[in-house]
Write a protein that binds this ligand. Structure first.
Ligand code: ADP
Ligand code: ASP
Ligand code: MG
Length: 406
């Protein structure tokens, strides 16, 4: 007997027939003698609609009320799945975040899980009852509903698996596993049998939304055995593994992209200690999440330019922060460009193999793709490009690194 957490994403619970299909998948594990907790997302499209309504209702944005609104999608699906399970003879009940409770900090809209007090669920599981838990939501110390950021049900599932000491966390989605790149834009993308935690973390943070980045970090920290697989077939999925257990070694493991980025360049800053600190402290204070940062020497030796990227949705906020610190931080001007994409290649083999960056840049150059910013980590190289070239860049790199071949 094992203890299993199964997580079903929005498409997998997209209508009543799909919820009935999910119930059958849960029943199969119960019939096999396992203890099962299920985490579900809202029906596909629901959260987008709720986000839209919370914006359209009026100009004031109270993030606590935003969370009260967007968390409701999951309340519907937990109830429906619990009923679907009961109808096929499986003992089940629903749990909202606050009922578990899933305790989070108060960063509404992207709260962090601080603790899951899973004793009640634990006891019910031991009695053979299936727990159907609402993903994406928790409760703050102030007793307010919080949400974990888009895609957050993955994190709910992995955190619950850790809290329940589960043997496995199976993430069921609408693709067969983690692919070399998004199979929606690259039909010849190959499903990976395994990917290391570290690679998956980089893939997710570089834009591969098949797993939320925080879920991977959580799994890594708590040693949760994560498998990504399809809820529509029985094909074996992708196991997220530690590096020393990884079998296949390729030059690179995958390519990720994020199409909605903006690039901001602050031109003509004084070249003296503390400039970057003031700038990024102000941005962080207003919760602007900065991704790539490049500082370059300008032609005038006493001046410097700093370029950084943010999610396109944060660009206006970043610009107003820069405007507000102009007194403390004199600069000549700010250039902003939206329609920017980030394309990244990821692989642990980069640690030991030479020539990977070179190959990336040369193959993009051959297609006339201009690289606006380059940044590297130990196992990742990212470039910012004009977003019109996103798909071309992903396809070009997928071919150049022969990722379709096993
Ligand atoms: P769910 O609703 O089940 O959480 P998501 O839409 O959040 O599903 O994530 C699954 C989607 O992630 C896939 O449909 C696919 O388009 C996208 N995706 C992006 N990169 C990858 C990748 N490398 N491998 C698999 N899927 C990917
Ligand atoms: N329903 C939430 C979202 O759409 C959480 C999730 O699906 O993981 O972002
Ligand atoms: Mg998701």
């Amino acid at each position: 007997m094992a203890r299993i957490v199964q997580k079903f994403g929005g498409t997998s619970v997209g209508d009543l027939d799909r919820i009935r299909n999910v119930a059958q998948r849960v029943k199969a594990e119960v019939d096999a003698g396992h203890e099962v907790a299920v985490v579900v997302s809202a029906m596909a499209g629901t959260t987008n609609q709720l986000v839209q309504w919370s914006k359209d209702i009026g100009p004031l944005h109270d993030a606590r009320e935003y969370d009260a609104i967007v968390a409701t999608g999951e309340q519907v699906t937990v109830g429906l799945l619990a009923i679907a399970l009961q109808n096929i003879g499986v003992d089940a009940r629903s749990w909202l975040g606050w009922q578990v409770p899933v305790k989070t900090d108060s960063t509404h809209g992207s709260a962090r899980i601080e603790a899951i007090e899973a004793d009640d669920i634990d006891a019910r599981l031991s009695q053979g009852q299936v727990a159907v838990v609402a993903g994406f939501q928790g409760i703050s110390e102030e007793g307010r509903i919080t949400t974990l950021g888009r895609g957050g049900s993955d994190t709910s599932a992995v955190a619950l698996a850790a809290a329940l000491n589960a043997d496995r966390c199976d993430i069921y989605t609408d693709v067969d596993g983690v692919y070399t790149t998004d199979p929606r834009i690259m039909p010849t993308a190959r499903k990976l049998d395994q990917i290391t935690f570290e690679e998956m973390l980089e893939m997710a943070s570089a834009g591969a939304k098949v797993l939320q980045t925080r879920s991977v970090a959580m799994g890594m920290r708590h040693n949760v055995k994560i498998q990504v697989r399809s809820s529509f077939n029985d094909t074996p999925g992708t196991l997220v593994v530690d590096e020393d257990t990884q079998m296949e070694r390729q030059k690179i493991s995958g390519i990720a992209y994020s199409a909605d980025e903006a690039k901001i360049t602050v031109v003509g800053l004084d070249d003296k200690p503390g400039i970057a600190a003031v700038m990024f402290e102000a941005l962080a204070h207003d919760n602007v999440n900065v991704d790539m940062i490049v500082q370059s020497a300008s032609t005038d030796a006493s001046r410097t330019d700093i370029t950084f990227s943010v999610a396109a949705g944060d660009a206006d906020k970043a610009l107003s922060v820069l405007e507000s610190v102009k007194d403390k931080l004199p600069y000549q001007r700010v250039d902003a460009a939206s329609n920017i994409a980030k394309v990244s290649i990821i692989g642990t083999a980069m640690r030991t193999q030479a020539g990977i960056a070179n190959k990336m840049f040369a193959s993009l150059a051959e297609k006339g793709v201009n690289l606006q910013v380059i940044s590297t980590s130990e196992i990742k190289i990212s470039v910012l490009i004009d977003s019109a070239y996103t798909e071309l860049a992903v396809r070009t790199l997928h071919d150049a690194f022969e990722l379709h071949e096993a």
